[in-house]
Write a protein that binds this ligand. Structure first.
Ligand code: AHN
Ligand code: ZN
Length: 333
């Protein structure tokens, strides 16, 4: 009799415990049938991510072919190596829209390279050779800092990499910094149309992966993830090719309290590195990209202007994106 009474008392308490862990605990992975588990996700530091953004910008514009570009490639590979990744630097000469040949360095850091099941995280690291959307025409022919468009995604991923080196995720993780993404056709000069002038680094990697037959469960691309007023709509190619990954990421963000950045509305169809990853390697890849459906370009105010500088980088935005990505990858089994 005594035991029965005890059980009656215990049952509500147990129910409360189960309910609480379902709400506040970890997240579900992208494989929907798996049970929710509580995992300790290491603390993403916005200050640290910001410092990685600042370090890149300090080289000056990372325009392919420049000294800043070469030095920054070295910095990225040395940093990933120091964090414990197995690093591959792919070097090739690629032809840009105007017929010039520039050096390309894709920098790849692999954590737990022996694991079969993998996640790929990526961002482009080069900066644009001109500011074709600057309202001041006198500023259009100079290269840009690309604090947001380039350095922000890399800064977030370097901070993720720092944690992966000390607290391994269950799956293998490859962090890929694609080069020569932003040397696409200029909008301020009439040079005629040419297809596929953007994303030359990811196009190269798609045809020559760093590991033979490389495949990941899915990929996540970060692009322009550092503005104070960032909004991440659901990019349409991502929704078409990887709806389960989009849902997992946006749901994780909402649970963490970042629903005002990771909004439920649809974005445009953006030909970014993830499109070539998906097309050439055949695994799903989504794009977390700041998109403004009502702006004239679809992108943010500083996009491809000289205002894309460090002073416009926001730690809280880096935090929201980095924390969300960490939540997703550390819960993957
Ligand atoms: C185009 O504008 C065709 N694609 C956007 C890719 C991009 C440029 N992301 C950052 N800069
Ligand atoms: Zn750009």
């Amino acid at each position: 009799m005594k035991i029965t009474i005890l059980n009656f008392w215990l049952m509500p308490a147990m129910l409360v415990f189960v309910a609480a862990s379902a709400c506040t605990g970890g997240t579900v992975g992208t494989q929907g049938s798996q049970p929710r588990t509580v995992v300790d996700v290491p603390a993403f530091s916005a200050d640290s991510a910001y410092a990685y953004v600042a370090a890149q910008v300090a080289f000056g514009p990372r325009v392919p072919g420049s000294e800043a570009h070469r030095l920054c490639a070295d910095y990225l590979s040395a940093t990933l190596t120091r964090m414990g990744a197995a690093v591959t630097v792919q070097k090739a000469d690629v032809e840009v829209f105007d017929g010039q040949t520039v050096p390309m360095y894709n920098v790849i850091g692999s954590f737990r390279p022996e694991k079969r099941n993998r996640i790929m995280l990526c961002s482009h690291w080069d900066s644009r050779p001109f500011a074709d959307h600057d309202s001041d025409h006198a500023r259009r022919d100079a290269p840009i800092d690309g604090a947001n468009d380039g350095a922000s995604g890399v800064g977030v991923l370097l901070e993720v990499a720092r944690h992966l080196g000390t607290v391994p995720a269950q799956l293998g993780v490859d962090i890929i910094f694609f080069d020569v993404e932003d040397y696409g056709l200029p909008d301020h000069r009439d040079v005629g149309y040419k297809p596929d002038t953007w994303c030359l680094g990811s196009q190269y990697w798609g045809r020559h992966p760093h590991a033979p037959g490389y495949e990941a469960r899915y990929g996540i691309l970060l692009d322009m993830v550092g503005a104070a007023d960032a909004v991440f709509c659901r990019e349409l190619y991502s929704k078409q090719t990887a709806p389960h990954v989009v849902d997992a990421v946006w749901d994780a963000a909402a649970r963490l309290g970042y629903g005002s950045l990771f909004v439920r509305s649809d974005g445009g169809s953006i030909t970014d590195d993830h499109v070539y990853v998906n097309r050439l390697r055949g695994f799903p890849c989504i794009d977390i990209i700041h998109y403004e459906p009502h702006s004239s370009t679809g992108f943010c105010r500083t996009w491809h202007t000289q205002d894309d500088r460090l002073e416009n980088i926001s730690r809280p935005t880096l935090q929201a994106v980095g924390r969300t990505v960490m939540e997703v990858i550390y819960n993957e089994r």
